[in-house]
Design a protein around this ligand. Structure first.
Ligand code: HEM
Length: 423
């Protein structure tokens, strides 16, 4: 692949959007990976993601800008059972303690044979390093009258509305607490999920969940050619924001002091989750040229139509009438690349899902689209508004998801997730 100067703010490494991907290193101060001692370091096979423990502490939670992006992902949404501020505080403390231990690979306590074991045993005696991150967000419902937190609500946090083309299933939507698990292997994800649920059993009740994966992963490699594909067969993540650019993350992802938000929110981020089903059988019967026009990119190479390289600029000013890339192509509507639309850049970090098939025998596959932004109105909602009515809608159906606010990171042993909110 030819080397070209990167477009400002966009990763040259094919950092992934719609699908979990790969890369090396970690954003400064964020989710840095912990080096292992030589004896604990697993053998690194070329082409396999490098495995380590991910740091829990930092100004931001891990799992948003952390690299490499592991292959497996799971979103779980819970409802809170407690109705008191003290109860909520205790849930956040328990969650923090459990997540801290899980992400560090803390061996489970050994109990006598007369008791049920403390963990499921899925990972054996010592959980191996597997790039596990566990990311916690709160829904707008937490700021109702239960906990007396209404005046501390992030100002743009709302229950996700019905948007054009939506057919939201209440059984797959909203919730008080979102937790996203990412790891190299699904066993690690399932282990962490069960430990968290066990620890918070009386306080958090599962509302909905979806898990998935991405392919084409080359974690530990920095190959542009390895941008994963979504289940429509297109490379997904090409034009995502570069998570290694801390200034860009401050500008577009992290809430900043002085944003007019409650003070406790600084360092957090708005999370938009959309479970988007794809009508893959219908898509597979659609002509290639039509598929490419709907997206605006070549299917095989991922290049903008009429260009050669995946990372070429689509150059819309040179194509004002949409002769090359249609005016209503997905990428052109999502990001027209004007100075005004620069305000709406979002960081995508979702994954593919496949959940069997429906009653009509159609595959139940799609994209767990997950985006992070400093402002929900300027970010996801502005982009979604431009996409409303796009021709791609014929092939996709948003069926669930929710809006959440990702709590700022934990910056000390004695601190816990959301302490500034509930304190
Ligand atoms: C199943 C639904 C979707 C599919 C199949 C899809 C697919 C794609 C593909 C193939 C690309 C081009 C590669 C890339 O740059 O990542 C892309 C880009 C993009 N998508 Fe989507 N997408 C979906 C939903 C969404 C949603 C819901 C949003 C936000 C509301 C969104 C926002 C974007 C943005 C901002 C870009 C980058 C455009 C650019 O900067 O050139 N996508 N999408």
């Amino acid at each position: 692949m030819t080397e070209r100067p990167p477009r400002q703010g966009v990763s040259r490494r094919g950092f992934v959007a719609g699908a979990l991907s790969a890369g090396a290193g970690a954003a400064v101060g964020v989710g840095a990976t912990l080096a292992l001692t030589d004896s604990a370091q697993p053998e690194h096979r070329p082409g396999r993601p490098e495995r380590s423990f991910t740091a829990f502490e930092g100004p931001h939670q891990a799992g948003i800008t952390t690299l490499p992006i592991p292959e497996q992902g799971l979103v779980a949404s819970f409802n809170l059972q407690t109705r008191t501020r003290a109860g909520l505080t205790s849930v956040l403390q328990e969650l923090t303690d459990e997540i801290r231990g899980l992400m560090a690979g803390k061996p489970p306590e050994v109990r006598g044979p007369a008791y049920p074991p403390v963990d499921s045993g899925i990972l054996g005696e010592q959980p191996p390093p597997d790039n596990l991150s566990i990311l916690v967000g709160l829904g707008a419902s937490v700021f109702d009258d239960r906990f007396g937190l209404a005046n501390r609500k992030p100002k743009e946090l709302v229950t996700m509305p019905f948007l054009a083309n939506d057919k939201l299933d209440p059984k797959l939507s909203h919730g008080d607490v979102s937790i996203i698990f990412e790891a190299g292997h699904n066993d690690t994800v399932q282990f962490a999920l069960r430990q968290i649920m066990r620890r918070t059993r009386s306080d958090l009740v599962l509302k909905w969940m979806i898990d998935g994966y991405a392919r084409g992963i080359g974690a530990g490699q920095t190959s542009d050619a390895r941008t994963p594909r979504n289940l429509l067969g297109f490379k997904d993540g090409t034009a995502n924001l570069d998570v290694d650019d801390a200034g860009l993350m401050d500008r577009h992802v992290w809430v900043q002091p002085g944003d007019g938000e409650p003070e406790w929110t600084a360092g957090g981020s708005y999370q938009a989750i959309r479970i988007i089903r794809m009508f893959v059988e219908f898509w597979d019967r659609t002509q290639l040229v039509e598929q490419e026009n709907l997206i605006g990119r070549a299917k095989v190479s991922g290049a903008p139509l009429g260009m050669n390289d995946e990372f070429d600029d689509p150059d819309y000013p040179e194509d004002p009438d949409g002769k090359r890339i249609k005016l209503d192509a997905h990428i052109r509507l999502a990001n027209p690349r004007t100075p005004a639309s620069d305000e709406n850049l979002i960081l995508r970090r979702g994954f593919n899902y496949s959940r069997g098939f429906d009653g009509a025998g159609r595959l139940d596959q799609g994209l767990a689209f997950i985006a992070y932004q400093r402002s929900l109105d300027n970010g996801f909602l502005a982009v979604q508004k431009r996409l409303t009515g796009e021709p791609l809608e014929e092939y996709i159906l948003p069926v669930g998801g929710g809006f959440f606010f990702i709590l700022p990171g934990v910056t000390g042993e004695d601190r816990f997730l959301g302490d500034q909110l509930v304190g």
